[in-house]
Design a protein around this ligand. Structure first.
Ligand SMILES: *[C@@H]1O[C@H](CO)[C@@H](O)[C@H](O)[C@H]1NC(C)=O
Ligand SMILES: *[C@@H]1O[C@H](CO)[C@@H](O)[C@H](O)[C@H]1NC(C)=O
Ligand SMILES: *[C@@H]1O[C@H](CO)[C@@H](O)[C@H](O)[C@H]1NC(C)=O
Ligand SMILES: *[C@@H]1O[C@H](CO)[C@@H](O)[C@H](O)[C@H]1NC(C)=O
Ligand SMILES: *[C@@H]1O[C@H](CO)[C@@H](O)[C@H](O)[C@H]1NC(C)=O
Ligand SMILES: *[C@@H]1O[C@H](CO)[C@@H](O)[C@H](O)[C@H]1NC(C)=O
Ligand SMILES: *[C@@H]1O[C@H](CO)[C@@H](O)[C@H](O)[C@H]1NC(C)=O
Ligand SMILES: *[C@@H]1O[C@H](CO)[C@@H](O)[C@H](O)[C@H]1NC(C)=O
Ligand SMILES: *[C@@H]1O[C@H](CO)[C@@H](O)[C@H](O)[C@H]1NC(C)=O
Ligand SMILES: *[C@@H]1O[C@H](CO)[C@@H](O)[C@H](O)[C@H]1NC(C)=O
Ligand SMILES: *[C@@H]1O[C@H](CO)[C@@H](O)[C@H](O)[C@H]1NC(C)=O
Ligand SMILES: *[C@@H]1O[C@H](CO)[C@@H](O)[C@H](O)[C@H]1NC(C)=O
Length: 436
């Protein structure tokens, strides 16, 4: 019996030599753990993507930031990085050259609003206007979009149906909102003075054809469609008095290069809310103004190395966070036919590395066959040596039959366990028979 396990593990080892690609999370982490002293570069498209999975990566991972997806895929191709991390790439779009697998970490996305000014809870915000009614109205609009199927239609139209859904405002009845005449703050401003809902975005960025390319004058894709649907629902809302808010509502986007400047605009009241794709599980760490002393920074922020910083705090707590608008599971992208798992001598030589692929693979196959035939030979050998314990009718059966018989006789406890498992396996089958 032990010999069988030994042979099996040899076969598995041989298989693992042939399997040179990283195709799933386990293989990725196994590789990183194998050589803790070796540095592995992993590519990211944004700091936020890195923040989300940082704590799960090992110390030997080096972060490489890329300007855009094309550049990152090139680096995966020439093996300067072992894997790329992305939230927006669809496997079917970049197949057949890459493996795409989930990190199993989900990042919820939502719109963020400034909190209401409060001397103890939120002294860091502009005192001018209240975001409370706008916050309630946006939540109601988001829940409506998700309930009536607009959200699902938009996902289908943009080939995003396999998106992970995390909906934090799931209920079958509309969320209550104040009467139009009773609204206050930003919402009143928007409804009564015909001003636009001002939305702050990052970039402009290209999130791809499915999610939206904001470099276009009129962006199309899932995120832009979602914001349009939310603004439309906002105009259709009505309080208990049944008076509709106003169908002519519209929105306007302002873009900010960094999250710091986006959040500064939000806290200053320059924008009403952020766009729908902001990750809420990423820390907020300050508005980033240049400063020379603390008095130049807003309350709760300090002047550190010339910029206003805040001790890390989840965005979802520092701001008003609406119902989730979307969510992402961060994905790893690795190369097919890569040479990372094939020793070091030829692997990291970018120009000639891929040429080694077929040769190494053949060596692997030959090894597998040698091991397979070795196992059969070993089995026969054991049998011949133990022949005296057997009756003649056993040896008449084929080699594998005898081998199996040998297990039965030498290892009774395991045999007992096998029959126990048989019992478990059989019971569902019996059930199927009885129902059909
Ligand atoms: C983005 O990718 C394109 C190729 O599609 C490349 O020409 C361009 O230089 C890249 N942009 C940046 C900022 O690296
Ligand atoms: C690999 O691709 C990246 C991105 O295009 C590039 O910056 C890097 O220089 C390339 N490395 C080699 C060795 O070709
Ligand atoms: C907010 O207050 C500041 C100064 O207190 C003022 O300059 C600004 O115009 C106000 N903004 C709005 C929207 O009222
Ligand atoms: C979505 O998928 C359909 C069919 O699979 C295809 O015709 C269409 O071009 C895709 N749309 C996008 C934006 O990729
Ligand atoms: C809404 O405004 C009306 C007057 O316009 C007032 O009678 C009513 O009490 C207000 N309702 C609330 C909930 O504030
Ligand atoms: C609407 O605009 C007028 C003048 O343009 C201003 O006096 C008024 O306060 C504004 N109303 C709101 C709710 O902002
Ligand atoms: C916030 O943290 C990021 C990542 O560590 C850093 O790049 C950025 O400069 C920080 N911002 C502030 C205002 O400290
Ligand atoms: C901070 O800097 C400003 C402008 O440089 C100066 O007026 C102020 O006195 C400084 N405050 C402190 C506490 O040093
Ligand atoms: C600030 O500066 C100090 C020393 O000048 C340095 O040790 C520290 O890492 C810097 N912090 C940041 C966030 O850059
Ligand atoms: C593996 O390759 C890298 C880059 O070519 C090199 O720096 C490192 O020393 C190599 N390690 C071994 C064990 O050969
Ligand atoms: C890659 O191989 C070429 C040719 O054998 C050699 O000249 C070059 O130094 C190698 N590069 C590395 C990084 O090992
Ligand atoms: C590596 O590849 C380049 C171009 O593909 C070729 O000119 C060179 O001779 C190759 N070097 C070796 C050692 O095979």
């Amino acid at each position: 019996m032990h010999r069988i396990y030994l042979s099996l593990s040899i076969i598995l080892f041989a298989l693992s030599i042939i399997q040179c690609d990283i195709t799933n999370l386990d293989e990725f982490f196994t590789l990183l753990k194998q050589s803790p002293l070796k540095k592995y570069s992993v590519g990211f498209l944004s700091q936020a993507n890195f923040e989300v999975i940082k704590r799960y990566l090992l110390n030997n991972v080096e972060r490489v930031l890329f300007e855009n997806k094309t550049e990152m895929l090139k680096a995966i191709e020439n093996e300067t990085i072992i894997a790329g991390v992305s939230t927006g790439i669809l496997a079917e779009d970049i197949a057949p050259n890459y493996h795409v697998f989930s990190s199993l970490l989900v990042s919820p996305q939502a719109m963020l609003l400034a909190p209401e000014y409060d001397p103890t809870l939120a002294p860091y915000v502009s005192k001018n206007e209240s975001s409370t009614d706008l916050f309630d109205a946006l939540n109601a609009a988001i829940a409506d979009v998700q309930r009536d199927g607009t959200h699902e239609t938009s996902l289908t139209l943009n080939n995003r149906t396999n998106l992970i859904r995390v909906e934090t405002c799931l209920q079958e009845t509309p969320l209550p909102v104040p009467n139009r005449d009773n609204t206050t703050g930003y919402l009143r401003h928007i409804l009564f003075n015909k001003s636009k809902l001002i939305i702050g975005g990052l970039g402009p960025k290209d999130f791809g054809v499915h999610d939206g390319n904001y470099n276009d004058k009129s962006p199309t894709g899932f995120y832009p469609a979602l914001l349009d649907a939310i603004v439309k629902k906002l105009g259709e809302l009505k309080g208990p008095d049944e008076i509709i808010y106003g169908k002519e509502l519209s929105s306007e986007r302002k873009f900010f290069r960094t999250p710091e400047s986006l959040f500064r605009a939000l806290l200053n009241g320059d924008i009403h809310a952020t766009d729908v794709y902001i990750f809420i599980n990423v820390p907020y760490n300050g508005t980033g103004e240049t400063c020379s002393n603390n008095s130049q920074c807003r309350t709760r922020e300090t002047c550190t190395n010339g910029t206003c910083t805040h001790p890390e705090r989840p965005r979802s707590l520092h701001f008003r966070t609406t119902c989730t608008t979307a969510s992402r599971d961060t994905k790893f992208i690795t190369k097919k036919d890569s040479s990372f798992l094939r020793g070091n001598s030829s692997s990291n030589n970018q120009t000639n590395g891929t040429r080694q692929t077929p040769k190494t693979r053949w060596i692997g196959f030959i090894l597998l066959f040698v091991v397979l035939f070795g196992t059969i030979f070993l089995g026969l050998l054991i049998l011949v040596r133990r022949k005296k314990y057997y009756r003649i009718e056993h040896t008449v059966q084929g080699g594998f039959g005898k081998f199996a018989r040998l297990q039965e006789e030498s290892e009774l406890p395991i045999e007992g366990m096998d029959s126990f498992e048989d019992h478990i396996v059989q019971s569902p089958r019996d059930n199927i028979n009885s129902t059909s």
